[in-house]
Write a new protein. Structure first.
Ligand SMILES: [Zn+2]
Length: 410
């Protein structure tokens, strides 16, 4: 064996009976081919019963491997088949790849890592591999990694829906609030999505009766879904979703009022942000608007009601929390602003689940974070074509799946 062959033997971690017989550079194609063979008379395990048998015949197979400098590297291997008395003629397993794959494990790991960081079609261009092949590989590993997931310890879940595209396609996400990971992704939304989650959850050793808390928005479909499928779960209406309702009301007030008050035009986000997070310019504008009491702007009153609602979440005891919420409700109902009253009524109708936050302290805040990852996933999966692909990339980014369990060293 020459020096180069021995370097590659070590780099590839090749063990007997495998050995390198030839290394071929094709400068013009930018390729390097490493030819691998086995010593004569070697025995191999039958892939089924693991009994040791001699090689029956061979076929040549090729696997793409990690680049060697600028060269695309391929392993060209004489792969033996065994003829086991029990199982018949079968191709033996090789240590560097799945037999049906076109890539080695290391190359697959590398590609999976790239696809987490950049759009899949871009990865496809860089490594010059058709993106359908990349998707097939990612779908395969994600599916087998998910099969091994165990949800027996999950007790607090969050549910959220996100638009798949602009339009009416929805994706529902089910999140383990403790481990901060997505445990189920399904097309559609509402009660049916929850039922599908329950089925999958049970298949992964999840125990529906162990779910003590579910954090959801106030959509009747999710409420029904949780009540039907997770009877012991206390529903918490997530603060982020309640804020969405209040923000929508505040914005409607501002929009209507801006027709007569120029000062409110173009200030949508000023009134939808917390005071501390405003920019300096926004702070100045807000101060100016607030110091003009003669205007008696509904928008300012609505903003103060919004601000007060957030303050409720700082209360120390459950009693104080509920007391503050009651006060807030009274104020909102006497605001003489119709849309604010509507928002307050919605909260009143869901009183128990709003208060429940104090005990459960669960929040979809994690989900908001995951949601932005999901948006990123959609971007990375640009041209994902099928829902299956989108699902895969969401799991890859937010599912915390253990790919090392399925043979990938990532
Ligand atoms: Zn056998």
């Amino acid at each position: 064996m020459d020096v180069l062959e021995s370097i590659f033997t070590r780099a590839l971690n090749l063990e007997l009976p495998w050995n390198i017989t030839k290394i071929e550079f094709t400068e013009s194609e930018g390729k390097i081919k490493i030819f691998i063979d086995f010593s004569r008379g070697s025995v191999f395990q039958c892939p089924k019963c693991k009994k040791e048998v001699k090689a029956y015949d061979t076929t040549e197979k090729q696997w793409r491997h990690l680049n060697f400098f600028q060269y695309a590297c391929y392993l060209v291997v004489r792969v033996p088949r065994t003829d086991c008395t029990e199982d018949g003629i079968l191709q033996v397993e090789v240590p560097w790849a799945r037999d049906t794959a076109d890539f080695t494990f290391l190359f697959e790991s590398f590609v999976m890592t790239l696809c987490r960081e950049m759009p899949v079609n871009k990865v496809s261009q860089i490594i010059k591999v058709d993106d359908n092949k990349l998707w097939r590989m990612m779908n395969y590993y994600t599916e087998v990694a998910r099969k091994l997931e165990d949800y027996s310890g999950v007790s607090r879940i969050g549910i959220d829906e996100t638009a798949r595209t602009k339009g009416h396609n929805y994706v529902s996400l089910f999140v383990d609030l403790q481990d901060k990971r997505t445990i189920f992704v399904v097309e559609g939304k509402g009660a049916e999505a929850v039922a599908e989650f329950k089925k999958d959850f049970t298949e992964h050793n999840g125990i529906p009766e162990n779910i003590t808390d579910a954090s959801i928005d106030m959509s009747p479909a999710f409420i029904k879904g949780v009540e039907d499928n997770f009877p012991r779960a206390e529903i918490t209406f997530d603060k982020f979703h309640i804020m969405k309702i209040i923000n929508k009301a505040v914005d409607e007030v501002r929009k209507a009022e801006a027709k007569e008050q120029d000062i409110l035009r173009g200030q949508k986000y000023l009134f939808l942000k917390n005071r501390e997070t405003l920019t300096d310019t926004q702070k100045d504008i807000l101060k100016a608007i607030e110091s003009m009491p003669r205007l008696n702007l509904k928008t300012v009153r609505a903003y103060h009601i919004r601000e007060n609602f957030q303050g409720i979440y700082q209360e120390e005891t459950r009693g104080e929390f509920e007391q503050a919420l009651k006060k807030w409700y009274f104020w909102a109902m006497h605001s003489r602003i119709e849309v604010i009253k509507e928002a307050a009524k919605t909260i009143k109708r869901h009183w128990h689940g709003v208060i429940q936050w104090y005990d459960s302290k669960v929040s979809n805040g994690i989900l908001e974070g995951l949601n932005s990852l999901v948006q990123a996933a959609k971007a990375k999966a640009r041209g994902y074509r099928t829902f299956k692909n989108l699902k895969t990339i969401i799991y890859m980014l937010t599912g915390k799946l253990d790919y090392s369990k399925v043979g990938l060293p990532i």
